[in-house]
Design a binder for this molecule. Structure first.
Ligand code: UDP
Length: 383
C-alpha cells in the first residue's frame, strides 16, 4: 500500500512538473477546487427546453423592470442624444436620418424588417456605440437600447447588429463581421474536420489589444509557446508595435481556423466581444475571461458548465495552472466543450435572435404611455 502511494505521488509530481508546476500541493488544491465547481455547476444546471428563443425571456423582463411605471414621450425625447430614434408605425419601419454607424443600423434593421408586421406602433432609441449609456441610480432611468452592458447600467439589451452586419472589419470580413447564419454553417463544417482527439492541445487567441486584460495570455504564449498560441493583431487604432505589446502585429486568423485548437480564449473588448458565441461552435473548450460584460444571452450560459471562467486580472501562472488542469482532465474539458457547443447551436439561431427582437419590442410597447406619431425627422426604411 505504502509503495503504491509512493508510486502515485511520484507519477502525480512528474505530470505536474512536466508542465512546470513544481508545487504539487498548490496544483492539487486547485484541482480539487475546479472539480468541485464543475460538479456543483452540473448539479445546479437545468437545461431550458423551450423553443424559439423563449429561454431568454427572463432577460427581457429584467431589462424592462426599471421602466415598469411606464415610458413617456418625454423620456424618449430626453434620451434622443444617446442614439438613433426608430419607430414602427402602422407596421412600417422608420428611422431618423442620423446613424453614427450606418452598417450597425443596417444590421439591426435586418431583424426589425422581419418582425415589423407583428409589432404595434412603437418608438425607441437605439445606441449603436459599443458602450452602454445609462448608469444605474444616476437620475431617472432612460430607455435606451444597447447591445452590451454590465450590472452598473440599465440599458435595455438588444441582439447586436453583428448577427447580420456591421461587426469589426478584419481581412476575412473586409466589410465587417456579421452574417451569423453563414458563419454558423462554416464554423460547424470546420469543427467536423477537427474532432476532439485531433485538436491541437494549445490555448489559442487572436485579436487586437482592445483591452489590456488580454496581456497575460499573450505574455504566457511568448514564454511558453508549446502551451499557448496567442498574439495581438492590428486594429484600426494601431500606430506602432507598442499597440501590439511591443511585437509586430500577427496575421489575422479566421474564426473557422480556431477550431483546430482545444482551448479557445475569449476576453471583453471595449464592451462584450463578438468573438464569444463563435468559439463554442468549434466544440472546443472556451475560457471566458471576466464575466462582467454581457450580451442578452450570456446570463443563460453557466460558468464551469458551458465554459471555464477566468478572473480578469489573472497572472500568467494562474492561466497556466488552469490550462494544465484541463490538459490533465481531458474528459472534463471535453464535456464542458460539448455543453457549450450544444447551447449555442440549439438556442442561438437566427430565428432565436428574431424572436428576441420581436418579444422585446412587444413587451416594450406595452410600457409606452403615449401613442407614437410620425414626424418630419423620421424617414421610411422598410414598408
Ligand atoms: N478576429 C478574428 N481573427 C483575428 C482577429 C480578430 O476572427 O485574427 C475577430 C474576433 O473574433 C472578433 C473581431 O474580429 O470577433 C474583433 O476582434 P478584436 O480582438 O480586434 O476586438 P474585440 O471586438 O474582441 O474587442
Amino acid at each position: 500500500m505504502y509503495t503504491l502511494y509512493i508510486v502515485l505521488f511520484y507519477l502525480f509530481n512528474v505530470a505536474a512538473c512536466q508542465h512546470g508546476i513544481g508545487h504539487s500541493k498548490i496544483y492539487e488544491k486547485l484541482s480539487n477546487q475546479i472539480i468541485s465547481k464543475i460538479n456543483k455547476a452540473k448539479k445546479e444546471y437545468s437545461p431550458c427546453e423551450m423553443k424559439n428563443g423563449s429561454c431568454f425571456y427572463p432577460n427581457i423582463l429584467s431589462d424592462l423592470e426599471p421602466f415598469k411605471n411606464g415610458i413617456t414621450r418625454e423620456m424618449i425625447i430626453s434620451s434622443a442624444d444617446k442614439g438613433t430614434r426608430y419607430m414602427i408605425f402602422n407596421h412600417d419601419l422608420y428611422r431618423e436620418v442620423k446613424c453614427m454607424f450606418p452598417a450597425r443600423c443596417e444590421g439591426t434593421e435586418h431583424f426589425l424588417s422581419k418582425i415589423q408586421l407583428n409589432i404595434p406602433d412603437v418608438e425607441f432609441i437605439l445606441n449603436t456605440r459599443d458602450w452602454p449609456q445609462i448608469i444605474k441610480h444616476y437620475g431617472d432611468p432612460k430607455p435606451v437600447f444597447s447591445f452590451s452592458k454590465t450590472t452598473d447600467y440599465v440599458d435595455i439589451m438588444y441582439p447586436a447588429w453583428s448577427f447580420w452586419s456591421g461587426g469589426p472589419a478584419i481581412k476575412m470580413h473586409p466589410s465587417g463581421l456579421g452574417r451569423w447564419d453563414s458563419l454558423r454553417k462554416s464554423i460547424l463544417k470546420e469543427a467536423e474536420q477537427w474532432p476532439w482527439k485531433n485538436k491541437n492541445q494549445k490555448g489559442f487567441f487572436r485579436g487586437s489589444r482592445t483591452n489590456e486584460q488580454r496581456d497575460s495570455l499573450i505574455l504566457l504564449s511568448r514564454n511558453e509557446p508549446e502551451l499557448v498560441d496567442a498574439a495581438y493583431t492590428k486594429n484600426q487604432a494601431w500606430k506602432s508595435d507598442k499597440d501590439t505589446l511591443f511585437a509586430p502585429p500577427a496575421d489575422e486568423v479566421s474564426l473557422e481556423h480556431h477550431c483546430q485548437y482545444k482551448y479557445l480564449f475569449n476576453f471583453r473588448g471595449v464592451a462584450a466581444s463578438f468573438r464569444f458565441k463563435h468559439l463554442f461552435l468549434c466544440k472546443s473548450l472556451v475560457f471566458h475571461v471576466g464575466e462582467e460584460w454581457k450580451e442578452f444571452f450570456y446570463q443563460f450560459m453557466k460558468p464551469w458548465y458551458h465554459y471555464v471562467p477566468i478572473k480578469p486580472n489573472s497572472s500568467e501562472e494562474e492561466i497556466k495552472n488552469i490550462l494544465v488542469f484541463f490538459k490533465e482532465h481531458d474528459d472534463l474539458a471535453r464535456a464542458i466543450a460539448e455543453q457549450g457547443y450544444r447551447f449555442i447551436r440549439t438556442h442561438l439561431r437566427m430565428k432565436d435572435v428574431a424572436w428576441y427582437w420581436e418579444t422585446l419590442l412587444l413587451e416594450y410597447s406595452k410600457l409606452l404611455k403615449y401613442k407614437p406619431k410620425l414626424d418630419d425627422e423620421l424617414n421610411l426604411i422598410n414598408r
